[in-house]
Structure formats: C-alpha cells, structure tokens
Design a protein around this ligand. Structure first.
Ligand SMILES: Nc1ncnc2c1ncn2[C@@H]1O[C@H](COP(=O)(O)OP(=O)(O)OP(=O)(O)O)[C@@H](O)[C@H]1O
Ligand SMILES: [Mg+2]
Length: 276
C-alpha cells in the first residue's frame, strides 16, 4: 500500500547506499511556462508529486507532455518557473533521475550494441572518467536478462525492433538505479507481452520506493496501471490520485469533443474492426 505522505523514508539503493528523504516531494514544479520560438506550449504548470507512486501524464498529441518532461530535465529552456527534484534543482540531482525518451526522438543509427546502451545507464554512478568494470557488465547483462533481451546483448541497437529497443531502454533504467524516473511513452507500439513486462517493471520500481512518471496514451489501462495522474493540455487540467482525477468531466476538459472519437477508435481497434 502506498502512503504518499510518509514523514521520513529510508530508501536503500541496490548498492546498499541509502538515500534519506525527509518529507520532501520527489518533484515540485512551480509556475512553469515553456515556449518554443516564443510560442508558449505549457502555461503556469504547478505540480507536486507524492513519493513512491506511479504517475501517468495524459493528454492529446501536442498537449506538451514530452515538453513537460524535457523542461523538468532542463533539456529545453523554461520561460519562467522553477523545478525541484527532492528539494533541489535538477542540476544537483541528476544522479537521482532516470529518463527514457520518446522512441521517435532517439537516433537509432548510433553504432552501439544493446549492452552498450544499458551500460550507459551506469555512467551516472561511475562518473564519465571511469570505465565500466566487470560488476557493471554483470549488472547490465542481468538487466537485459530481466527484460528478456540477453540474447541480443551484442546486436546493434539499430538492428532491433521497436519493442526490443524499448526493452533495452528499460534495462538501462534498471541498472541506473535512480530514485525518480521519467518515461516518455514506454508502451507505444509494444506487444502485449512487452506491455506486461513494462507494467511488472514499474511495479517493481514502486515496491522499491521509486517514483515513476510515465507519459501514457491508453485511457483503457490508465486507472489500472497508475496511482496518480496528471491531465495535461497546455495547462494542468487536473492532477491527483487516479481515482479522483479520472472522471469523464476532466477527460472532456483535456481532450475536448475528440474524446468520444478517440474512445470509439480505441474500442474499434481493440475488436479488430479497423484495418491497419
Ligand atoms: N523543438 C520544438 N520546436 C518547436 N515546437 C515544438 C518543438 N517540440 C515540440 N513543439 C511543439 O510543442 C507542442 C507540444 O509538443 P510535445 O512534443 O511536448 O507534445 P506531446 O504532448 O508530447 O505530444 P505527443 O503525444 O504527440 O508526443 C506541440 O505543439 C509541438 O508542435
Ligand atoms: Mg510526446
């Protein structure tokens, strides 16, 4: 059972080191506005996440979900506002943060193997100047094993299918051993087995006291998979426990009139009534 307002939590990392967290939120976004070429795409975002929860970020295409994550991680500039991760700016907390970008935004032609990609997850804890050692390789291979990809360890990442690439990214997140993860559409385009593997992984992370923020498009599964929810469309339309936020009214306010259409399309595809 998740208790959002734990006073003091001692979360042991896999390495045995302990990160002591007083009652400070994993993520606190205050008054954040983000613009591309002076055109705002996110307005006045205020968010506080509870500890140790799985949080979904939900909203239509172009709502600013990826931008929200990128601005939190200082990958795009903020026009205004501030972001705190466990009470401090991101720049001081990088080592606590894991990020899985949206798959389309990654350059898959980069000539590295699946194992290399996973090993990159270790650099945060190693520092850039130390080469990964035997222990790191072992951890990376175990993570690949966990996501069913160990047989592909030496395959170039470009030569894997989309779902396989996604699994490799998850393995990287696993070895990184962060406290808070941001995953941009990890479920996009994966088969049912991979989806189950990802859900399993999210639950494992939560059981270890980690906080995970996931951009998610599937309204049919969101309340089953996530404890907490942020509905976004340029602004935060609603956020809070999924049971409170996942209401037809909030969804209408987020998706506008398109919701019915989306629902019907999703339903039709589920029953194989739409030709691909
Ligand atoms: N680098 C960029 N330069 C200019 N505009 C951008 C850039 N990246 C995103 N945008 C615009 O910002 C808005 C938000 O984009 P964003 O990628 O955050 O949406 P999203 O909610 O992640 O959408 P999707 O569900 O399609 O992934 C969109 O209108 C998009 O066209
Ligand atoms: Mg996106």
């Amino acid at each position: 059972m998740i208790t959002p307002e734990r006073d003091v939590q001692q979360a042991a990392t896999e390495s045995g080191a302990a990160v002591k967290k007083a009652a400070v939120a994993p993520l606190d976004v205050h008054d954040m506005t983000v613009a591309y070429h002076r055109r705002p795409v996110l307005w006045d975002v205020d968010l506080t996440l509870p500890d140790g929860c799985l949080t979904a970020v939900v909203g239509p295409n172009g709502a600013g979900k990826s931008t929200l994550i990128k601005a939190i991680l200082s990958l795009v500039p903020k026009a205004s506002g501030r972001v705190l991760i466990y009470g401090k700016p991101y720049e001081q907390q990088r080592h606590l943060v894991g990020y899985i970008p949206q798959r389309e935004s990654v350059d898959w032609d980069f000539p590295v193997s699946a194992l290399d990609v996973v090993l990159m997850g270790r650099y945060g804890r190693l520092g850039w100047f130390r080469r990964p050692g035997k222990h790191d390789r072992q951890a990376a291979l175990e993570a690949l094993e966990n996501v069913g990809m160990v047989d592909f360890a030496h395959r170039q990442i470009a030569q894997l299918s989309g779902g396989q690439q996604q699994r490799v990214f998850l393995a990287r997140a696993l070895v990184q051993d962060a406290q808070i993860y941001f995953m941009d559409e990890p479920f996009a385009g994966v088969d049912a087995a991979t989806e189950s593997a990802i859900v399993e992984l999210l639950r494992t992370l939560r059981a270890r006291g980690r906080t995970v923020v996931v951009v998610h498009h599937d309204l049919q599964t969101v309340d089953r998979y996530f404890d907490h929810m942020i509905l976004l469309n340029m602004r935060v339309v609603a956020d809070g426990p999924t049971g409170d936020v996942f209401t037809p009214e909030n969804l209408r306010n987020t998706y506008g009139g398109r919701l019915t259409l989306l629902d019907e399309a999703a339903e039709a595809m589920r029953h194989g009534r739409v030709d691909a």
